[in-house]
Structures are given as C-alpha cells and as structure tokens.
Design a protein around this ligand. Structure first.
Ligand code: ATP
Ligand code: MG
Length: 234
C-alpha cells in the first residue's frame, strides 16, 4: 500500500537518521485533505521551537469523526506525501492508519516515546480549536506527561477560549501546554470539501499537486462518494 523506498516513510520503525533527534514534532489530523493551513502551522512550529523534524500522522479512524465519513486513508496519506515532498524536514507516519480500531493520539505518542531515548522531547502539534477537546481524549493525563502540547492559533478560534481552557487545567498539565502564534490562514478541510462538491476553486488553498490529485481521483465531488472505511486504493 505504501510506496516503498521513500525516505519520507522511514519513520515508523527505524527512524532513518532520526535517532539523533532531540526535538520532534508530531502533527496529527485527519488531513481530508491536507491544506496550506496545516503546512504553515507545521513549518512555523518547526522554526519557532527549533525542532529536528515534523512527522505528519494522518488518523486512520478518527474517534471524534465517527458520525461522519472520512475519505479512504490511502488517499489522505498520498495527499500528505505530495504536500510534504519538497520539505526535507517533513515526514509522514502511517502508524495510525495501520493500527486496527480507532486512532488514539496517546497510542501514537507512546509509540514514539518508546522509539526515542529520554533526552528527546516530543511536541504534539494541534490547533487551538482541537486542543480544548483533549480532556475528552483517551488517557489525556498520560498525553500531558509524555509530550508537550503546542496549540497553534487558528482564525475563527479566539485565543481567549484557549486561555480559559488552560487556566482550568491542573498546574502540572499547564506546564506541558503552550500556545504559538502562527501565520493566520483561514482554511479548513471541511470548506475545501464543500468547495469541490460545488465545483468551486481550491487553487492556492492547497498545494498544486494536492489540487491535481483531488481532481484526478474525483475526490469530494459528490456527497462523500470516496468516503469509505475499507480501503480500495490501488
Ligand atoms: P476539518 O474541517 O475536516 O475538521 P481541518 O482543516 O480542521 O479539517 P484537521 O485535519 O481536522 O483539519 O486538522 C489537523 C490539525 O491541524 C488540528 O489540530 C487543527 O486544529 C489544525 N489546523 C487545521 N487547519 C488549521 C489552520 N488553518 N490553522 C491552524 N491550525 C490548523
Ligand atoms: Mg478539524
């Protein structure tokens, strides 16, 4: 399923040259599809926190999106691959797609925590919209212990909500959470899916290769016709 021999995919089991990493960023998401908001956020965190690499981890079966259909993982992975191809410090992991059952962030972070030695810091990157949901996630206490959570600003999601959320957390969890201002791009995957279904342009909102991929595979054309839970991609 996964293209072989690609450096970008080496992150799951043996980290390529990643063994020497001191700071890695994990960027979780459904990426249905990936867009410039995700990419600018990841690059901004990479630069601001002086990370060694960012690993994009597309969700396999997102627990919070059970009621809606999600595009086949193979398409979403391929679009992440296309979007990150030109960035040498962006990597991709299919760990959540390969794992059976719902994708839980704690399982992913535990996996990476085990792969690296204790002197490597793990940063879990999320938007301020998603961060406030974390207490509802599986073993959220463990997540705060295993990594630092970086909440990126996002247009439409006032930072005051983030600060209210942060202030309610116990002190030891507050220490593992920070907000980072990133260039504001008011782009969402939901809006992109809507645009495509209405034959409206998504040019300049996603990388050109992603736009072409969506077109070639007829994604998002009609009401979730590519959204299936079993893989059919070849
Ligand atoms: P959807 O509309 O389907 O929820 P999305 O655009 O929110 O899609 P996700 O895959 O849900 O994309 O997001 C992955 C992560 O990226 C989340 O933590 C989300 O908060 C963050 N994110 C998404 N878009 C932006 C953006 N434009 N700016 C900052 N963060 C973003
Ligand atoms: Mg979202």
């Amino acid at each position: 399923m996964i293209p072989s021999g690609l450096e970008k995919w080496n992150l799951n089991m043996n980290h390529g040259n990643g063994g020497a990493d001191k700071k890695i960023g994990l960027m979780g998401g459904t990426f249905d599809p990936i867009h410039h908001g995700h990419l600018v956020t990841a690059e901004s965190v990479y630069e601001n926190l002086a990370l060694d690499r960012i690993v994009f981890v597309p969700a396999g079966d997102p627990p919070h999106k059970q009621d809606s259909s999600v595009t086949a993982a193979q398409h979403r992975l391929r679009m992440v691959e296309i979007a990150t191809a030109s960035n040498s410090h962006f990597f991709i992991s299919d760990i959540e797609v390969q794992r059976e059952g719902p994708s839980y962030t704690i399982d992913t972070v535990e996996y990476y925590r085990c792969c690296y030695t204790d002197d490597t810091d793990i940063y879990f990157i999320t938007g301020v919209d998603a961060v406030v949901q974390i207490p509802q996630w599986k073993n959220s206490d463990g997540l705060f212990e295993l990594c630092e959570i970086v909440a990126a600003t996002r247009p439409g999601y006032p930072t005051k909500n983030f600060f209210r959320f942060r202030d309610q957390l116990p002190a030891h969890q507050r220490q593992s959470l920070r907000m980072l201002a990133v260039p504001a791009l008011s782009i969402s995957s939901a809006d992109l899916r809507q645009r495509v279904s209405e034959d409206r342009s998504i040019k300049y909102l996603v990388p050109e290769g992603v736009e072409q991929y969506i077109e070639e595979h007829g994604l998002y054309k009609s009401s979730r016709s590519n959204a299936i839970r079993v893989s059919f991609f070849e």
